[in-house]
Write a protein that binds this ligand. Sequence first.
Ligand SMILES: [Fe+2]
Length: 238
Amino acid sequence: MPKNLVEPIKFSDKYLKAIWLTNAENYYIENRTIVVNLGQEKTYIAVFPEKYLLPITSTILKEVSLKTGDSLLLIEIFDSINIGGIVLDPAWHQLGEISDFPKDVPLWKSPQYDVGTVEFDPYFVTGLADRPQQNKLRKYQVKVNLWFSPANTNAAIHNKHAVREFLEVHTQIYGTGRMQKFHANDFNTLYEDVLMSPGDTHIPFASVDEKGRFIYPWHQYYADTDCIWMANEFHPIS
Ligand SMILES: [Fe+2]
């Protein structure tokens, strides 16, 4: 199988460069890059002492090689001047313009891209089980898109995403924000605040029911500053 396969992910061509890297082998990262492990294997980083990046986690790397990695998303911001203009790309849309989402919420979405499939035990990945079980493995289609909101945006409380629920986690790309949990669909019932700085990916908010379906608490993204963050979605494949 060929090594270091690179596919451009066209979120933007003005402000940031995103690539999907598969089958990495001694892949050199030159510039400061957010690296998200969207595969099912640890990505070993070529350092001593040996360290690695676990699946569904991320970091910021520069001037270092990835020894291995089955599937990684790499994002480098090369120009942050006018970066809010990323939403002016004709491929981006205000969510309220393309869905029944509230039109008064300043939340913009990039195109979404398929970036491979993975297998995992949903009970393990969400922390309900202490170790993965072979007979609980399921297959998922991985999809990614970017979001943008300006400072002080409540991006809307919700506890459902789709008829067939997927696992979502988010990676902060630019600015600082939070993933928040609520007891009810009410901003006054906040009970957990997970701060997000560039390079951070929060742990899954989802739990799993007895049928292996993802279930969510009321939650939202809040942008403290102008923010770009990436949704990493894992859609069950039957
Ligand atoms: Fe969500």
